[in-house]
Design a protein around this ligand. Structure first.
Ligand code: C2E
Ligand code: CA
Ligand code: CA
Length: 622
């Protein structure tokens, strides 16, 4: 063996005797048999004398015919490695008639290591078996026949001993391992290829990408990663069944493969392929290439074409758009999302401004779902004060404590929840948590909970509210639901009936952000409201915009005329507070009277520290 080849193993130390693949005979048994026949290896040139072994003629014939009948190649050498015997299978294996006394160590002329490097005959394990006087399980090697065909094999050499115990040579039994090697190759192919299209799969794609990035680490020559999507493929499956869908995809894969030529094309997801251009042309070149791919991908006839599938491609460059595989892949996917939105251009290049936001949204959306169950959502509470400085209510404001981004404001994630369908689950959690919290306060302050319009319109909201009140033991009149004018505009009748039902449950309804929407006076009268919350912008404009004072004054008058409580939001300064109180505003809420905070910050107001609501003076310092 050459130095790279693994050392032969000592079979005595390595487990059971060689079982020659179901031949029913061991290498040792063959060696013993061989040691009992007279070998006719007398080489006239080398003047070798046949070794004399004590066996009569009948035995010789029997042993010889048995060895010739064996399907495994068997041959023997003397201690110098010169061939002294071979059976019929050895001739077939070698692809030629070996020459006794001339060929040394092996029946074929050429040997190779599994890695393809040449293997010297004298390094074969037979020499080791003789030298060390033990049976050896040799390293796998490859024999080459005169016609160039190669057979992988495993050698099993065993020393041959004369009756005196002296080693007179070795016998080698070769096991043809072509079938196993073929199976291994097949398994390896299956592991890294996709069965449907026969293309390298996602695992090979990632291996290739990692290798390429590692190789480029030094010089950083750019390469392009293209994510190719067969848009509309699911429709094919939906319309014509999965068999047709598969057939279409296979056809598309074949045409794409033809179009990309030598470039490695991978099938990485059901309708998505990936392609790496190690030496990308400029952007114009890539656009032309993308057109070629689109033509190839959509050139199908018949049903595939009818179903209107087409090709969209997202492209990201190493290292500009990502230095590691996950970033690069994600950015190509971001670009692909944009490419799928247009029909004019099949190709979109990654654009940090456009695609990161979209990717971020997707990621946050999926994290938000998990956050709802994981306790990563928290409620902060902001007090609402009466003119005399006593706390009347707390508004619950949700926060998302994100593991890496810190606290996320509701304005940034409520739209995600509404978009992703998580809003109802989230709202119910908020409602339940807020009610449970309020029910635990010693002072029976109200709690106000914001309702998303989506939640307001969904399912059995009054039933849910009632169930949560019963579950938490909070009196209905201590819960105020804040809705915005938007819910009324969309479907007046539906909103009306929903509000009546909620009113029947006994909860209060506040109209939030009043003044910013349509502010139709007709519904103010029609709806069963309890509170009008003047939008923060009016408070903010006090002293700056002339009309704000007049607007606030008239809203307070209007609210009171309708029998509603009027609250003002966004109170940040003493003058604002003074004005609002002077105008008869019933409740004030804002940073000046108390910031949104975890409820523990307000234990003096809630009575958690044992104080009663009457002696809760220092509210401004909260
Ligand atoms: P909103 O209902 O109008 O809530 C008042 C917002 O104004 C809160 O912002 C609050 O922190 C802020 N704020 C309070 N006092 C002041 C002040 O003096 N000055 C200024 N500049 N701002 C003040 P937040 O908590 O970021 O909430 C924003 C919006 O998100 C809320 O507006 C509400 O529409 C929505 N939201 C908050 N919590 C929830 C919730 O639990 N469910 C739903 N559906 N929406 C929520
Ligand atoms: Ca609110
Ligand atoms: Ca508001």
């Amino acid at each position: 063996m050459n130095s790279q080849a693994p050392a032969p193993k000592d079979i005595a130390a390595d487990g059971p005797p060689l079982s020659l693949g179901g031949l029913g005979i061991s290498a040792e048994q063959i060696a013993t048999a061989l040691s009992r026949i007279v070998t006719h290896a007398a080489d006239p040139q080398r003047k070798r004398r046949a070794q004399e072994l004590p066996l009569d003629g009948a035995d010789q014939v029997w042993v010889r015919s048995m060895l010739d009948a064996l399907p495994a190649p068997v041959y023997a050498t003397d201690t110098d490695g010169f061939l002294t015997y071979f059976n019929q299978a050895a001739v077939t294996f070698a692809g030629r008639e070996p020459v006794l006394g001339v060929d040394r160590w092996c029946v074929t002329e050429r040997l190779y290591n599994p890695d393809g490097s040449p293997l010297k005959h004298e390094n074969c394990p037979m020499a080791l078996a003789i030298r060390e006087n033990r049976a050896v399980r040799g390293a796998e090697a490859i024999a080459e026949r005169p016609d160039g065909t190669r057979i992988p094999f495993a050698p099993f050499p065993t020393p041959i001993r004369a009756p005196s115990g002296r080693i007179v040579g070795a016998v080698n039994v070769l096991l043809d391992i072509s079938a196993r090697k073929r199976a291994e190759k097949e398994a390896a192919h299956l592991a890294c290829h996709d069965a449907l299209t026969g293309l390298p799969n996602r695992a090979s794609f990632h291996t290739m990408l990692d290798q390429l990035i590692a190789a480029r680490a030094g010089d950083e020559a750019p390469f392009a990663l293209m994510r190719i999507n067969v848009t509309g493929h699911t429709h094919i499956s939906d319309m014509y069944g999965h068999a047709t869908g598969d057939e279409a995809l296979r056809a598309i894969a074949q045409r794409l493969k033809k179009a990309v030529g030598e470039k490695p094309l991978f099938h990485i997801a059901s309708d998505t392929f990936a392609l790496v251009l190690a030496k990308p042309p400029g952007r114009d070149g890539l656009r032309r290439f993308a057109e070629t791919l689109r033509s190839a991908g959509t050139a199908g006839t018949g049903r595939v074409r009818e179903a209107g599938s087409t090709i969209a491609i997202g492209c990201a460059f190493f290292p500009a758009d990502g230095r590691d595989a996950p970033t690069l892949v994600a950015n190509a996917a971001g670009a692909l999302t944009r490419a799928r939105r247009t029909t004019t251009d099949p190709l979109a290049f990654f654009d940090a401004n456009e695609d990161l936001a979209a990717r971020d949204r997707q990621l946050l959306k999926s994290q938000l779902r998990a956050a709802i169950g994981d306790g990563a959502l928290r409620l902060h509470f902001q007090p609402q004060m009466a003119a005399d400085g006593t706390a009347v209510a707390f508004e619950a404001l949700v926060r998302w404590s994100h593991p890496t981004r810190g606290m996320i404001a509701p304005a940034d994630f409520i739209p995600l929840a509404e978009d992703g369908g998580a809003i109802v689950e989230m709202s119910e959690w908020i409602l339940r948590d807020a009610c449970r919290e309020a029910a635990s306060w010693q002072n029976p302050l109200r709690v106000a909970v914001n309702l998303s319009p989506l939640h307001f319109r969904s399912g059995d909201l009054p039933g849910t509210v009632q169930a949560i009140l019963e579950e938490t033991g909070l009196a209905p009149d201590r819960l105020e639901l804040e809705i915005t004018e938007g819910v009324m505009i969309q479907d007046f009748e539906q909103a009306m009936s929903m509000l009546r039902k909620l009113r029947d449950v006994g909860v209060r309804i506040a109209l939030d952000d009043f003044g910013t929407g349509y502010s139709s006076l007709s519904y103010l009268q029609a709806f069963p409201l309890s509170t009008l919350k003047i939008d923060r912008s009016f408070t903010d404009n006090l002293g700056r915009v002339e009309q704000s004072a007049a607007i606030i004054r008239s809203v307070v008058g209007l609210g009171h005329a309708l029998g509603l409580e009027v609250a003002a939001e966004g109170v940040e300064r003493q003058e604002q507070l003074d004005f609002l109180i002077a105008e008869g505003c019933d409740l004030v809420q804002g940073y000046f009277t108390g910031r949104p905070a975890p409820i523990d910050a307000y234990s003096r107001l809630t009575g958690r520290d044992g104080t009663q609501r009457d002696d809760a003076p220092g509210l401004r310092s909260a």
